[in-house]
Each structure stands twice: as C-alpha cells, then as structure tokens.
Ligand binder design. Structure first.
Ligand SMILES: O=P(O)(O)OC[C@H]1O[C@](O)(CO)[C@@H](O)[C@@H]1O
Length: 615
C-alpha cells in the first residue's frame, strides 16, 4: 500500500504546507471513491487549484484507503461488533461502524494518536496547553481534584464545590431567603451570562431539571432589550423571590454587563434590593467580582483562570444553577470522571473520545470538509447540539495552527432532535448535498418504568422513536452518508456528565491531531472590537446631531454632512445604519426623505442637550 505518512499534524509536510499535503487532508480526495462528486469538486477540477499538484501525488495513497462504505450485511455486522465500544459502568455505547475508515487508515493514524495522548497527558499534568494566553487547561481536574498539579488548586476546587453545595442547600431549604418575598424563599433563578457562561447551564437544565424543581431557571443570554423584558415580565411578582446569578469568566463581557444593568433597573423599579438577591460567578478581582464585593452581593463564587468558558459546566458556572434545580451535581461529576478515565486509555479502540476524533478526522478529511450534524432522539437533549456548537466550533475553528501556519481549521456543528428533524432537513441529508456526517444520540430507556403502554398491539410510542432513529441511520448509510451512534441507557446526571466529558476530550484530541490551540478564541475579538467602534461612532454622530439640533432654527443634516462633521466620510454607510436604527427607536427624527432612499434623508434630534454641547 502506498504510504500515508504525513497524515496528521505531527508530519513536517502538513505543518509547513497544510493545504498542499499529499495526505488525507485534501478535501478533494472523495473524487476517487464511490461517493458522488460534489458540485464544488467538479467546478474546481475545471480550474486546477494550487493544491492540484499535491493531489496528483496523493491519488495512489488515497485510493488505497478509500474503498467506499461496506454494504454487505454480514461484513457490516462484523464491523459493528469489532468496533463497538462499551463503557460498562456508565452504560454508554459508541458505534463507529457506519463511518468508513479502513484498517490501513487506523494504522497510519496511530502515531498521531500516540502524540495526541501524550499531549493530553501533559495537559492534565498542568502544561501550558493554551500557549497564546499562557494558561493551563484544567477542566478535567474539576471532576477529579487529586489530578490538579498543586495542592493549592486541589483545595480550591474542593472548597468551591463544598461552597456551591452548601449555598444551594441553604437556598433550597429556605435558610437563605430573599429579603422581601411573600413566599419567604427563593423560587426562581435568573441566570445572566452568554456563550460558555450560558450554554452548559441551558443544556443541563433542559436535560435534567425535574418537572417541579425547587427553583425554576430562566436565562438572559443576549443584549436584546425585548428578550430581557420578556424574561423579566415572565417573572412578574416573583422577581422578589428570584436569585440572579451573573456569570462571566472575564467579568467584562458587554452583553452580560448590559443584562445585569437591565435586571438591576427592574429591581429598582420594583423597589427590591438587588445585592441581597445577586450572586456572581467570575474570576477573582474581575470588574464583576469587584462590583459584587463592593455592593455586598449575597454570594460570590470563583471561576478559575485555567477553565475556559466552553468547558466550564463542571465548575461553579454549571454546578450552582444545576444544584439549585435539584440536579445531583456529584453524579454529574462522577459521570464525567468515569468518562475521563476511559479517555485516558492509550489504546484507540478502548478510548471513546479518540474513536470520535478518529471518525471526525476521517469524515471531514482532517480539514472540516463536512459538517457535524448532532441528532439526539430525546427531547430533553435538544440543546446538546447548541452546546456542542460552541464547544467544537470555538475550539476547533482556528485560522492558524500552533506553528503559525494558516490552516483555517474547524468543523461546523448543527442539529436539533429526532425524529422532529426528519420532518425538516433530513430530506436534504438523505438526497441533497453531501457535506455532513451525523451523530445519533440514542437513549434506550423511553420513559420511567411503569408508565409505558402500547398504543397499537406490541408497539409503544417510544418504539416509534427507536424505529425512526434506526430507519434514518439505515437510509442515510444506504446513500453513503456516514454516521456515528452514541447510545446511553437513560438521561441522568451521570450520563450527561459523561457526554460532556466525552466531547470535551474528543475536541482536545482532535485539536492535537490537527495541531491547533483548542483553548483560545482570538477570532471573537475582531467582532467585539468592531462593535466597540460602531458604538464610538454612534456617540460622535449623536454629538454632531446634538450641536445642529441646538441651533435656532434647528439644522437638519444630510448623511454626507454628518459624516463630514464626524471626520468619517468613509463610514457613511455605517452612519446611515446608525441613523436608521436610532430613528426606528424614536431617538432621531428624519426631517425629509425616508430610510429607503438614504441620499434623500435629513436628520435632527427631537431634543437638544445644551449641557452636553458645552461639556
Ligand atoms: O464568561 P465571559 O468572560 O463573559 O465570556 C463569555 C463567552 O465569550 C467568549 O469569550 C467569546 O466571546 C466565550 O469564549 C465565552 O464563553
């Protein structure tokens, strides 16, 4: 067989010329297997891309490993049995048989996995695994504190967990109460946070909160004023018995700050004492931490420097809201810890996270050429795909690899739930553009024992759900669409903890395979910076309009005049958008024309602010 050396990132070839490697990273390689050629492939073949030369070189090697998907039922059953992973204690199975990797591919990948396993071991020992930010990466210590690299960190983790449990018990039991609620105890949680400071708690609440939790949870996870108003309106008089948990690792995220300010305003208007109902989860000495300390909030819990937002579900970020909802957080931690232990195996077949990473690499050519569709067949796991979207895409979506080469890595993630999605986009998955692989999440237990009944002879409602999953898996495979199936017995705190642990580790291993830093997010900064510039420009526009509106008579200005007076003629389009937004919110008046014909409009402010003019 032709050699596939250079298949993973430890190869000097791939590191240096990631887009020209004679390896499985060439997204065009599926031309040579039984999958139908993609439209983009055909277009590209007319105009040879720069990598075409490397592609020629790789043809022999790729053809040797890509033989198309196994279709013989007996051979497929053997493949299923041979590759089936089972975690006995957790009751979790991983079936990778419907992903078409060959034995040769697995063999060639072995050195890459050995390197990835070593990297994970170093990471767990406290290496600076996030070099750009000079940080350790310690979310695995949260569920096994004795693995923390220092006694100090171990104690910090244990003390925080104890403090979370104690606080939650005291709130649930009514020992800690809101100052002015007729109920005499907290009944609601309003969680204010975004990204990793919201997605884990949202997923876990949806998956595990009992029907009648001791405290119900709501989220403010955006700077959308109408969305915030809606949450506050829904709380109504229960605002008096609402525990507001503000979560932000950095303590300075604008959306979260705005959410907090809006909620504090609602408290003021209701005559409530916010600090007595406020809790902060943030890094020590952050802006949020200092605010909470100075204002004397009810409680503060730490977020550690070495835990990233998207891997913070097992820190106070996820554990406090979960335990306030009556979810057994020690079971969540136990599930994650057991899963971590399995994922420390250096035998690929016995390591479920590595098996996932292997499938991702195979299915996406190691360059994200296919999307990951997550399909849990269980309503309570609806938010798993949204949670994984951040975990996978913010971790793997990187412009540069660890050696500074431009690689534009990543895997797109989407999905909702089955069988609902069968009535939405599965038509395209089965027959349309072939740009994805599916992960089915199967839950064996349909509903709690004693509640089942047969809605037709021999068939329950859950049998239908089961049939839909199996049918979709078969139908996709018959059309050469690959899939992974993760099976759990039940949705419990333990299995949810294990699922989170499984995907956290798969992301870490995959990042090593493609040689990227999974633990930073430099790309997010560009959007934040640009948003800051828009708001700064808006302030200049307001100052210019104020000056013109204070004149006697008022001087309505054209967009060109505003742009000139802001010394920003190149920003005229943005100025137009700012004006349109302000006009829609009654903060600017349009004297002439309409927003549909930007050249025609003349703008002024309804009120002139003399003080600001002379400030
Ligand atoms: O917890 P913070 O610091 O408010 O950040 C929220 C989210 O924002 C991000 O930094 C991206 O903007 C995420 O990584 C993070 O989960």
């Amino acid at each position: 067989m032709a050699s596939l050396s250079g298949i993973c990132s430890s190869s000097p070839t791939l590191k240096k010329f990631p887009n020209q490697s004679p390896s499985l990273t060439d997204p065009l390689r599926k031309d040579h297997v039984s999958f139908p050629a993609r439209r983009a492939d055909r277009t590209l073949s007319l105009v040879p891309p720069p990598r075409a030369v490397a592609r020629e070189v790789s043809d022999g090697a790729l053809a040797a490993v890509k033989k198309g998907l196994e279709k013989d039922p007996r051979a497929l059953w053997r493949r299923y049995v041979d590759w089936l992973y089972q975690h006995k204690e957790l009751g979790i199975y991983l079936d990778v048989s419907r992903v078409g990797f060959s034995d040769e591919f697995v063999k060639e990948m072995e050195p890459c996995f050995e390197a990835a396993f070593r990297a994970m071991e170093e990471l767990e020992k406290g290496a600076i695994a996030n070099p750009d930010e000079g940080r350790m990466v310690g979310h695995y210590w949260l569920r096994d504190p004795k693995r923390a690299p220092t006694a100090f960190l171990k104690t910090q983790i244990e003390n925080t967990l104890d403090a979370v449990c104690k606080f939650a018990n005291d709130v649930v039991s009514g020992k800690i109460k809101p100052p002015s609620s007729p109920e005499g105890r907290f009944t609601q949680i309003l969680s204010v946070g975004i990204g990793g400071s919201a997605l884990g708690p949202q997923f876990v609440a949806e998956a595990l909160a009992p029907d009648n939790p001791p405290l119900k949870i709501r989220f403010v996870d955006n700077t959308d004023p109408a969305g915030i108003d809606h949450q506050i309106a829904q709380l109504g008089s229960e605002l008096a018995s609402t525990l507001v948990i503000v979560i932000s690792k950095s303590g300075g995220t604008p959306e979260t700050r705005n959410g907090l300010l809006e909620v504090q305003k609602a408290f003021r208007e209701a005559g409530l004492n916010f600090p007595k109902q406020g809790v902060a989860i943030t890094q020590e000495n952050s802006l949020l931490d200092n605010t909470a300390r100075i204002e004397g909030w009810l409680a503060r819990f730490p977020m550690f420097d070495w835990v990233g937002g998207r891997t913070s579900e097992m820190s106070a970020v996820g554990l406090l809201p979960a335990s306030l909802q009556g979810i057994d957080i020690r079971e969540m931690l136990a599930g994650a810890s057991l899963m971590d232990e399995a994922n420390r195996s250096t035998v690929l077949r016995n390591n479920p996270a590595a098996l996932l990473a292997l499938c991702w690499y195979w299915a996406t050519d190691g360059v994200g050429s296919k999307d990951m569709v997550i399909l849990p067949y269980k309503d309570s796991l609806l938010l798993f795909s949204r949670y994984l979207q951040q975990l996978v895409m913010e971790s793997l979506g990187k412009e540069f690899d660890l050696d500074g080469n431009r690689v534009n890595q990543g895997i797109s993630v989407y999905g909702n739930k089955g069988s609902t999605d069968q009535h939405a986009y599965i038509q395209q998955l089965r027959e349309g553009v072939h740009n994805f692989f599916v992960t089915f999440i199967e839950v064996l237990r349909d509903r709690p024992p004693g509640h089942d009944w047969e809605l037709e002879p021999g068939v329950t409602c859950g049998d239908y759900l089961f049939g839909m999953l199996q049918g979709t898996r078969s139908a996709l495979y018959a059309n050469n669409r690959e899939s992974i199936t993760v099976t759990v017995q039940e949705v419990t705190p333990r299995t949810v903890g294990a699922l989170i642990g499984l995907y956290e580790r798969a992301v870490g291993i995959y990042a090593s395979l493609v040689n990227i830093n999974a633990y930073h997010q430099p790309g997010v900064e560009a959007g934040k910076k640009a948003a800051g510039e828009v708001l700064a420009l808006q302030k200049r526009v307001l100052a210019v309009l104020n000056e013109a509106s204070c004149k006697e008579p008022v001087e309505p200005l054209t967009l060109e005049e505003i742009a000139d007076r802001c010394h920003a003629p190149e920003d005229i389009e943005m100025i137009y958008k700012i004006i349109a937004h302000m006009a829609a919110n009654d903060r600017a008046l349009i004297a002439e024309g309409s927003c549909g014909s930007p050249r025609s409009i003349k703008v002024f402010l309804g009120e002139c602010n003399i003080d600001e003019l002379y400030a």
